[in-house]
Write a protein that binds this ligand. Structure first.
Ligand code: PMT
Length: 400
């Protein structure tokens, strides 16, 4: 575990039997070279003593807003800024509920609300509490808020019942953190070019040919690549989404030709290019300068011309070492059509999504994809576009 060295980790401990395992987790973090600050809920102290934890971390444990005898204030804001990650293990049903709803009645929750760094929770509770719709709902809320859930294991529980709710083993939690920090570095120094959204092809000043792409998939890819340390250029068709944060230069264009021009400018020095835009294949041959008025004309017949194929144009110029990834949006013959595009456009990888799959494709916050190379297919089940972006970038990193 080399990626934890020098990292600042807040270890949050809430009140559950599994708190005894937190001492092991703390030891693993410290052994791997991390600096750890323990923050406990008042109930957490009933299950493991602060003395053990402060001895292992080399720092006083924080549990209250003030130190009673000195009046010293513990700043959750400073802690939140200090941390590279916050890990709450065990996370009880009550702590998860407070996190999901912002009930900031203890130091752990105020620290969570102030944390700028990624947050991980390792739930631990009895099987019925784990399976309760409230817990399911709270975990879904936290996940949507960007919290990483380290799923509980199935096994014998404190109640002596057997089921799902055991806190994941400390080694597994430490490995998850190590892998996370590893991924954060995985694209450092790389330049990534991404296309997103639809293109609009003007018919006249008020009408266009377009499609239903929202840009969500491409923007998720841009944000995730930046989180992994890449310098990103995002070429976006019309989209209501705000520019992604971090090292992302967003270039807003309208038409396929403008998208091609922007890509041509940035492709040569990009290491990775991902074409998730839904580019209009055709544009009006003679866009009008003035609005077409229905009272002045018979039903107009529109002549179309083919737009340039941006992916194929870049594919023809690809240098050894550059990775070019396309998307395929299909309604039928999905795999065969995707493979055909992979070969025809000289891509290294193509991400197939189908409009036949519920929750996949245009406009949704989720996607379900197959990541295809000439000799592999990786199936990615329905999950958030951010998570799908992570899986795509994992595969690309393997190809680099
Ligand atoms: O934006 P969202 O609402 O989140 O939706 C995401 C998405 C469905 C748009 C995205 O996941 C997706 O599938 N994008 C590709 C859609 C598409 O146009 O697929 P295609 O099979 O027609 O094109 C194949 C590939 O060639 C794509 O990489 C496309 O960007 C590229 N292409 C297509 C036509 C063209 N003239 N130039 C191109 O570069």
């Amino acid at each position: 575990m080399t990626n934890l060295k020098g990292k600042h980790i807040i270890l949050g401990i809430s009140g559950g039997i599994a708190a005894y395992k937190s001492a092991m987790l703390l030891r693993l973090f410290v052994k791997a070279g991390a600096e750890v600050q323990v923050v406990m809920t008042p109930n957490g102290k009933e299950f493991i003593t602060p003395v053990t934890l402060s001895a292992l971390s080399g720092k006083p444990v924080i549990s209250e807003f003030f130190t009673a005898n000195t009046g010293e204030w513990h700043s959750h804001v400073d802690l939140g800024l200090w941390a590279d990650a916050m890990v709450i293990a065990p996370a009880t049903a009550s702590t998860l509920a407070k996190m999901a709803t912002g009930v900031a009645d203890n130091m752990l929750i105020t620290t969570y609300l102030s944390a700028k760094a990624p947050v991980f929770v390792a739930p631990a509770m009895d099987l019925d509490m784990m399976a309760h719709p409230t817990t399911t709902r709270n975990l879904a809320t936290l996940k949507a808020d960007g919290v990483h859930i380290i799923e509980p294991a199935t096994g014998e529980l404190a109640s002596h019942l057997t089921g799902r709710g055991r806190m994941e083993e400390p080694e597994k939690i430490a490995e998850a953190l190590d892998a996370f920090f590893g991924r954060q570095q995985s694209l450092r120094g790389r330049k990534v070019l991404i296309t997103a959204g639809p293109t609009y092809e003007r018919i006249d000043p008020v009408r266009f040919i377009g499609n239903f792409s929202s840009g969500k998939m491409g923007y998720a890819l841009a944000a995730e690549a930046a989180r992994r340390g890449a310098s990103v250029v995002l070429v976006s068709g019309p989209s209501a989404l705000p520019d992604p944060a971090g090292d992302v230069t967003t270039i807003r264009i309208e038409s396929a030709r403008e998208m091609l021009a922007a890509c041509e400018e940035h492709f040569a020095d990009s290491d990775i290019t991902i074409m998730s835009a839904a580019v209009a294949d055709y544009a009006p041959a003679h866009p009008r300068d003035r609005k077409i008025k229905r009272e002045h004309e018979d039903v107009p017949v529109m002549e179309l011309v083919k737009n340039p194929d941006i992916a194929a144009t870049l594919g023809a110029r690809k240098r050894p070492g550059q990775i070019l990834t396309g998307f395929a949006l299909e309604t039928d013959n999905e795999m065969a059509n995707a493979r055909q595009k992979l070969a025809k456009k000289n891509l290294d990888m193509i991400v197939l999504n189908s409009l036949a799959d519920k929750g996949a494709g245009f406009g949704t916050d989720t996607n379900k994809v197959s990541i295809i190379t000439t000799d592999t297919v990786t199936e990615v089940p329905l999950k958030s576009k951010t998570e799908v972006a992570g899986d795509i970038l994992d595969r690309i990193t393997e190809l680099l």
